[in-house]
Write a protein that binds this ligand. Structure first.
Ligand SMILES: NC(=O)c1ccc[n+]([C@@H]2O[C@H](COP(=O)([O-])OP(=O)(O)OC[C@H]3O[C@@H](n4cnc5c(N)ncnc54)[C@H](OP(=O)(O)O)[C@@H]3O)[C@@H](O)[C@H]2O)c1
Length: 436
């Protein structure tokens, strides 16, 4: 194992049962940071203490005395009495520098920054391996739902067939308000921001990017596939208008922003897009800032997890659970990265969609089948490859496109579109050492 001789020796943390409070260095005192501070203050029996808080703006008024804060990150990173670093800042580039430096010092680190994690996951895994530190990030995916730990632990060996989820609390809150309560889109977005559900830059939420970061993290843990966020389709809800809502209502469907990971043979298809949900679908009825995930194992069948995906205390609760787990020497095993031989990602799927766009966009798109066309909308079947190829344009023009039915594949010989199914038998040969 490597060590960085230029850095002070960091003490190896003992468990939380020690007489001394467990010492935490906290970066960020916004929505999540304050929630964590408050939670630790309430859970006196938990035996932890935030010794110092790193922030950016020295002039902001705070509810704690000035001596608790620092603008100098080395006061936390180089403090040998600090046993664990929590990073909950909203600046992904600085979060990366903090987490990287802490891991190189062999520290235990908890982060909630999905953008930073998704963009740097392979390196962050290597740093843990090389320097013996630990990085946990449950709060980065689905807020309070323990989804990463569940996948790591409960599903450590079982090959998964698919995973789908409502992973962005802010978009779900907006869709709930707009769809069920008739609130205007801009008003619903403002309300999500005021309640602390929205990212500082709301495009991350409503453009589907935040859900895409989370889907990339889940793909690594659930399927053993490391993927760069920009490789994955993200179609957001920012182009939604009343005509789209009327269409959904006319079909008795509910609109939600859904992230999907789907096994396709020995590859994985990943995409984030609005979906028109039927009454029988498990994700239908997930309202407001709630998140939900459906995990389908090859033996367990589908299981449904639901909980608050954003907000100060729900997110802080997941951060705290990681602090406690790290103190007890838990670390992610990344079992699926070790055992699965999936060959990467594929866009070889066909999607029944409802799409509304201007004429220029329509000219760019090639359809497999068109069932209905109006001045600006098309209902039909389109290749995922088409949507990925044009995703920059679709994002820039805020094209509204929603999945409206079951996934399809083309028969390799006849070219006929047929229902996509991932069979258990298809999964077993792609496991190293036949671990099942
Ligand atoms: N809010 C949620 O519901 C939620 C849910 C899951 C995950 N997360 C993630 O948690 C993280 C924090 O989110 P948040 O909602 O708590 O953000 P926030 O309310 O905007 O607070 C951000 C905090 O980060 C600090 N900060 C920003 N840049 C910094 C820098 N360069 N150095 C030191 N401190 C810096 C800010 O300092 P100042 O106080 O000085 O401005 C502020 O205290 C983000 O990665 C977010 O994606 C949030």
């Amino acid at each position: 194992m490597k060590t960085d001789s230029t850095k002070p020796q960091v003490p190896k943390p003992e468990d939380l049962a020690s007489d001394e409070p467990y010492k935490i260095g906290l970066f960020g005192y916004g929505c999540v940071g304050q929630g964590l501070y408050h939670l630790i203050d309430q859970l006196k029996h938990a035996g932890a203490e935030v010794v110092r808080i790193g922030i950016k703006d020295g002039k902001k008024s705070r509810d704690l005395t000035a001596d608790r804060f620092t603008l100098d990150k080395t006061q936390i990173l180089n403090d040998p009495t600090i046993q664990l670093v929590v990073e909950v800042i909203d600046d992904a580039a600085e979060a990366y520098r903090i987490v990287r430096e802490a891991l190189i010092a062999g520290r235990k680190v908890v982060s909630a920054n999905k953008k930073m994690l998704a963009e740097n996951l392979p390196e962050l895994i290597s740093l843990q391996h090389d320097f013996g530190g630990t990085l946990l990030y449950e709060a980065a995916v689905c807020g309070s739902i323990p989804v990463i730990r569940t996948i790591e632990d409960y599903y450590a060996d079982e090959p998964l067939i698919r995973l789908s989820g409502i992973l962005n609390g802010s978009s779900n809150y907006i869709l709930s308000k707009v769809f069920s309560e008739g609130v205007a889109y801009s008003e619903a977005l403002q309300s999500a921001q005021q309640l602390g559900f929205a990212e500082t830059d709301p495009t991350l939420d409503v453009g589907g990017f935040d859900a895409r970061y989370k889907l990339c993290l889940l793909a690594a843990h659930a399927f053993g596939v490391l993927v760069k966020p920009e490789q994955v389709l993200s179609a957001g809800i920012h182009g939604l208008n009343n005509a789209d809502l009327e269409f959904a209502r006319s079909q008795d469907k509910q609109l939600r922003l859904v992230a999907t990971a789907e096994r396709v043979g020995t590859e994985l298809a990943l995409f984030v897009m609005p979906q028109l949900l039927d009454a029988h679908q498990l994700l239908r009825g997930v309202e407001n800032e709630f998140n939900a995930v459906v995990i389908e194992g090859s033996f367990s069948g589908p299981q449904f997890y639901r909980g608050k995906g954003a907000g100060s205390h729900p997110t802080a609760s997941a951060v705290w659970a990681d602090v406690k787990a790290a103190a007890r020497s838990f670390s992610y095993g990344y079992e699926k990265l070790k055992t699965t031989l999936l060959q990467g990602i594929t866009n070889d799927l066909y999607l029944p969609v409802y799409l509304r766009a201007n004429e220029t966009i329509h000219r760019h798109l090639t359809w497999e089948q068109v069932e209905h066309r109006s001045i600006d909308t098309v209902q039909g079947i389109i290749g995922l490859k088409q949507l990925v190829a044009h995703q920059k344009l679709l994002q820039e023009q805020k094209v509204f496109v929603a999945l409206n039915g079951n996934l399809l594949r083309k028969d390799p010989i006849s070219g006929v579109l047929q229902a996509h199914q991932s069979e258990v038998a298809e999964l077993i040969p792609v496991l190293k050492n036949n671990v099942v």
